[in-house]
Design a protein around this ligand. Structure first.
Ligand code: ATP
Length: 236
């Protein structure tokens, strides 16, 4: 049994079918990436797993329990937290207030969790009293990941963590994702436009095209695939 099982999920925006029967598996301890062009349905898949959109058909199970159709906060309580695309930090709240909001589904233990987040992101500790709106793009991404960690997730969904970041910051963020996976045992499902870094960091991946999974495999197989090289890694 996989930690996350998505089976034949169909999700619509009105009459537009954004997911056309998607199935994926994420095993405990893995980093899994979803690649795909703009509009492929990656964000829709993340929102559907996190309970922000309800699928018309299909099932999603987390740790053996069906979560399809549950409210997003119940899904967070079960140990699944989404770091949304575009970060969505609260600009007028301080860094620390943003982090504390990530723990809203739990009572107690916040000091310990804050210490853990600050150990991975020392810059957030330095800026803990500053309004989040004053952080740079990279720091806001760190804050968004830190906020997700505050829920003590077993599985984190990261939607385009490199969006708008320089190559150097992108590497830094992915290095931290890999450390959180290795050291804290957090399973990661990462949507990413930058196929190169995603396939270097992840254990396995899926390619989504117009709402369908068209390719799946371990990261090395995908890196060596001619189609991936041509369409996602810019080689010919
Ligand atoms: P991107 O990398 O641009 O975020 P994506 O792979 O995450 O792309 P989605 O945002 O999931 O793609 O969109 C999947 C499909 O659903 C696209 O065809 C898109 O036009 C459509 N779509 C997304 N959001 C809406 C919406 N609010 N209303 C109608 N259609 C939408």
């Amino acid at each position: 049994m996989s930690l996350l099982e998505v089976r034949n999920v169909e999700t619509f925006y009105g009459a537009i079918m954004a997911l056309r029967g998607v199935s994926i598996d994420v095993e405990e301890g893995e980093i899994v990436t979803i690649l795909g062009a703009n509009g492929a349905g990656k964000t829709t898949l993340m929102k559907t797993i996190a309970g922000l959109m309800d699928p018309e058909k299909g099932q999603i199970t987390f740790d053996g329990t069906p979560i399809t159709g549950l409210e997003p906060d119940r899904i967070v309580q079960k140990g699944l937290s989404l770091v949304p695309e575009g970060r969505e930090v609260f600009p007028y709240l301080s860094v620390e207030e943003n982090l504390r909001l990530g723990a809203y589904t739990r009572k107690g233990g916040h000091a310990e969790d804050l210490a853990l987040v600050y150990s991975y992101f020392p810059i957030l500790k330095e800026r803990q009293r500053q309004a989040a709106g004053f952080l740079s793009g990279g720091q806001q991404q760190m804050l968004a990941i830190g906020r997700g960690l505050m829920a003590r997730p077993r599985l984190m969904l990261l939607d385009e963590p490199s969006l708008g970041l320089s190559p150097l910051l992108t590497q830094e963020i992915f290095a931290i994702i890999a450390r959180l996976n290795a050291e804290q045992g957090v399973t990661m499902l990462v949507v990413e436009q930058n196929a190169h870094i995603a396939l270097v960091t992840a254990h396995k991946g899926y390619v989504l095209e117009t709402g369908r999974i068209v390719m799946a495999g371990d990261a090395e197989t995908l890196r060596n695939s001619e189609d991936i090289q041509e369409f996602y890694l810019g080689k010919s």
